[in-house]
Ligand binder design. Structure first.
Ligand SMILES: C[S@@+](CC[C@H](N)C(=O)[O-])C[C@H]1O[C@@H](n2cnc3c(N)ncnc32)[C@H](O)[C@@H]1O
Length: 288
């Protein structure tokens, strides 16, 4: 059964009759990972988003919106576009709904849905956007092909990913380097790919997109940028590494003492006058 959803100037056709959850305030909880995603999005907002502006009245699908950290930025940068944001996790959709309401964003519609079983008709959207999602998927090209199906011919697909192999910092210690390697290994063990940024061109090409443009976006921070040290290193990077402690210890990739020192040394980078940090994101745009 197809259900037609009318939202302002736009129509979305859902295959299974699900309703789109309109933005409303929900008093949700805010876990540490959610806060990290908001901090990450805000710390690198201009670097990643300054050149993504969707035309008035265009329909945009954001796939894997999580708690809405990028969604709010997209919606504010393109206030006259209609954004449908989906995530496989209903909890994330509920939190996204909360943050969208708090930010008074009116052009976003949220829906719990899986990228691999999209509930939309083919050629429904003018543009597709996804950020930090492919790295977690076992079959990223399959996901891109499924997203391509719901994209209109002539429309664009934008993808942003990090690449943990691009990270350099000073000072390095044996333990910081080991802890960083554990982050990469744990994601590989979980069938994800934290080195995916450098692969965006072949992935987009594999999904039959054309006119592909890839642009590396490097974040470089030293003690002359204390706000970025705090927002990016302390609130985004360090919690991301801390997030794999359990798996690192279970897989015996590092011992607890060395792990704790690695985390402490990483934290110290932001506090030291000689501390520096460098990381590269990759943004790719392809056309259907
Ligand atoms: C690292 S989070 C990124 C969230 C958001 N894009 C951001 O940048 O803040 C990855 C998100 O992808 C979602 N996700 C993973 N697999 C998915 C799938 N098959 N369909 C839809 N969402 C998916 C997860 O639930 C999670 O919210």
């Amino acid at each position: 059964m197809l259900k037609e959803i009318l939202t302002g100037a736009s129509k979305f056709f859902l295959k299974n009759g699900d309703a789109i959850l309109m933005c409303k305030y929900v008093h949700g909880y805010s876990g540490r990972e959610s806060e990290r995603l908001y901090d990450q999005a805000n710390a690198v907002r201009d670097l990643l988003h300054h050149d993504t502006v969707f035309p008035p009245d265009s329909n945009v699908l954001e796939a894997g919106c999580g708690v809405g950290a990028q969604t709010v930025i997209l919606a504010k940068n393109s206030p006259d576009a209609e954004i449908v944001a989906i995530d496989i996790s209903q909890d994330s959709i509920t939190q996204a709904s909360d943050s969208i309401a708090k930010e008074k964003v009116m052009n976003v519609h949220l829906l719990q849905a899986d990228i691999l079983t999209l509930p939309f008709e083919d050629e429904s959207f003018d543009h597709v956007f996804l950020c930090f999602v492919l790295e977690h998927l076992k079959e990223p090209v399959r996901a891109l092909m499924d997203l391509r199906k719901v994209l209109k011919t002539g429309g664009s697909l934008t993808v942003i990913e990090g690449d943990h192999g691009s990270c350099h910092f000073h000072p390095e210690t044996d333990e910081t380097l080991q802890a960083w390697r554990c982050l990469i290994q744990v994601q590989t063990y979980q069938k994800g790919n934290s080195l995916i940024g450098r692969q965006l061109f072949p992935l987009l090409k594999g999904a039959h997109l054309h006119n592909i443009q890839i642009s590396p976006r490097m974040v470089y921070i030293d003690s002359s940028k204390p706000e970025l040290m705090e927002g990016f290193v302390n609130k985004t990077i360090v919690p991301m590494v801390e997030g794999v402690e359990k798996q690192t210890l279970e897989l015996k990739l590092m011992g607890k003492t060395a792990w704790d020192k690695g985390i402490q040394d990483l934290r110290k980078i932001a506090a030291r006058p000689d501390g520096t940090f460098c990381y590269t994101f990759f943004k790719g745009v392809g056309m259907k």
